[in-house]
Design a binder for this molecule. Structure first.
Ligand code: FAD
Ligand code: SF4
Length: 209
């Protein structure tokens, strides 16, 4: 057995993972049995603590996670909640506040990928949540921190295409303090691209304009 394998196995044994199952009011808890997912999680290898809470993306929720990190000396966190697209940065900030590198977060979506799509099959939804959490815990054990390196960049940026992707990229870039200038080029005489041709959009039903 190689030395590298020995080291990774030691890391695995030492992982101290906390699992936090968000009820999201009734959005998740109305379908998935959160207490069952918590009980299931407690028996997974590497899991030191598993808890559930009404809404982890609130001040109270962040405090619950930070208290558990401190109390149980956690070094990895699994959040079972909604979409990482919007909420992963929220919980990465919570980890950072608690002194854990943000990359030690594993995020699993038991709302859009589970309670929303299996709302009429509650036991199946709970089983799926267990499987998603189990996979997230297995992956969390292998997580390693990747330190962030700051590098010099070109401070003028050209964005080609004024659709939603180009507009969002241009705004995000313009809000970065290190970017001096953003030039947005659109070949048509109006911006907005495909989105500007739509009325209301899935999933939020927002007016697309
Ligand atoms: C019927 C329909 C319904 C949809 N419903 C939804 C929905 O409900 N919810 C949802 O989230 N999404 C929906 N979508 C998808 C969504 O509209 C698209 O994913 C999104 O608009 C794509 O944005 P984009 O910026 O990537 O591309 P585009 O909107 O295609 O924008 C690209 C822009 O780049 C410009 N461009 C291209 N080449 C050049 C060039 N060489 N130089 C300069 N400019 C250039 C184009 O003129 C255009 O303005 C729907 C799409 C369709 C067609
Ligand atoms: S973290 Fe996500 S799942 Fe939990 S309450 Fe907030 S929005 Fe809902």
């Amino acid at each position: 057995m190689s030395k590298k394998k020995d080291e990774s196995e030691t890391e695995k044994e030492e992982a101290r993972i906390g699992v936090f199952v968000c009820r999201c009011g009734i959005n998740i808890a109305g379908v998935v049995s959160c207490p069952d997912v918590v009980d299931f999680s407690k028996n997974l290898d590497g899991v030191v603590v598993a808890e559930e809470y009404l809404s982890y993306c609130t001040e109270g929720g962040a405090r619950e996670i930070k208290d558990a990190i401190e109390k149980h000396n956690l070094d990895r966190v699994v959040i079972a909640a909604c979409t990482p697209k919007t909420h992963q940065p929220v919980f990465q900030a919570v980890l950072e506040d608690a002194g854990i590198p943000p990359r030690m977060l594993e995020f699993v979506n038991i709302r859009e990928h589970d309670s929303f799509v299996h709302m009429h099959e509650k036991s199946v939804a709970t089983e799926k949540a267990n499987e998603l959490v189990s996979a997230a815990v297995a992956r969390a054990k292998l997580l390693e921190d990747v330190p962030t390196e700051i590098v010099d960049i070109n401070s003028s940026v050209l964005v080609v295409g004024g659709g939603i992707a180009g507009l969002t990229a241009a705004i995000d870039l313009a809000n970065q303090p290190e970017i001096e200038q953003v030039v947005l080029v659109e070949k048509k005489n109006t911006i907005g691209g495909r989105m500007a041709q739509l009325d209301r959009t899935f999933p939020t039903d927002d007016c697309s304009i």
